[in-house]
Design a protein around this ligand. Structure first.
Ligand SMILES: C[S@@+](CC[C@H](N)C(=O)[O-])C[C@H]1O[C@@H](n2cnc3c(N)ncnc32)[C@H](O)[C@@H]1O
Length: 243
């Protein structure tokens, strides 16, 4: 079921505040430290296709492209207003980045297309159902062995973060995050090697980084390996056993 327009949560909850998003981020959380750490864990390589899901004003998208200019980088966001800001920042930086408007849970890309998908501060904008749909879509568009990297609110890791979470768990759609359910939900969506890789204290509570991998494709029947196995058992082992 598509998310109703009234359920769409813009970057700072109210569209009116979108123009000051970058300023608020710079003043409230260690934005560049966290985003640089996220880019580092993505282990980008020349030729990688990378999707920044819910790219917002493209601060992270630009860091990704600068870290690996030979990667093919796409940013997707549902809000045309924030995409305008992203577009002007990308033009100013003279970078080759594709921007698409679309929903995180209905991705306009073919199966097995991206090597990396990154989702920074977007999951807490999605209802539980839409988080699961978005994970399903990310799984679909990732190549086998491709990785999803996340930065979002997580389970409080000390008493101060717990106290802050008492307020923020009621805002937007943060409850799954704060209850520490993202790990379980990623496993349920089929991801493997799901790991919380870092935690940061912020004025909004614990911010966690995660990494999850789409499993490698099972060896298809009729592949070279299957044929070789069949020949080995059929023509060598069985004759020896029954000779
Ligand atoms: C808090 S901002 C994060 C922006 C950026 N990723 C960052 O780290 O600064 C959340 C972004 O998610 C976008 N968003 C919210 N719901 C979405 C959805 N269903 N599909 C795509 N983007 C969505 C918002 O428009 C907003 O730009």
């Amino acid at each position: 079921m598509p998310q109703t327009p009234s359920k769409y949560i813009p970057a700072l909850k109210f569209s009116l505040l979108t123009p000051v998003y970058d300023l608020v981020m710079q003043l409230t959380i260690r934005e560049l430290t966290i985003k640089r750490r996220l880019v580092e864990q993505m282990k980008l390589e020349k030729g990688h296709r990378v999707l920044d899901l819910g790219c917002g004003t493209a601060t992270l998208t630009i860091l990704i492209k600068k870290a690996c200019p030979e990667a093919e980088v796409t940013g997707l966001d549902g809000d045309p207003k924030i995409l305008e800001i992203a577009r002007s920042k990308i033009e100013e930086a003279k970078l080759d980045i594709v921007l698409d408007q679309g929903m995180a849970f209905e991705l306009p890309y073919p199966d097995s297309y991206f090597d990396r998908v990154v989702a920074s501060l977007v999951l807490h904008h999605l209802t539980h159902e839409n988080k699961m749909r978005a994970f399903g879509e990310v799984f679909r568009v990732l190549k086998p062995g491709g990785e999803l990297h996340i930065a979002d609110f997580g389970k409080p890791h000390n008493i101060l973060m717990f106290l802050i979470s008492l307020i923020f768990r009621h805002l937007e759609e943060t409850s799954d995050n704060i209850r520490g359910l993202l790990h379980e939900m990623l496993c349920e969506a089929g991801f493997e090697q799901v790991k919380e890789t870092a935690r940061f204290m912020t004025v909004f509570g614990t911010l966690s980084l995660y990494r999850a991998r789409k499993r490698m494709r099972p060896i298809p029947c009729g592949s070279g390996i299957h044929k070789a196995g069949f020949c080995f058992f059929g023509f060598i082992i069985f004759p020896i056993l029954f000779y």
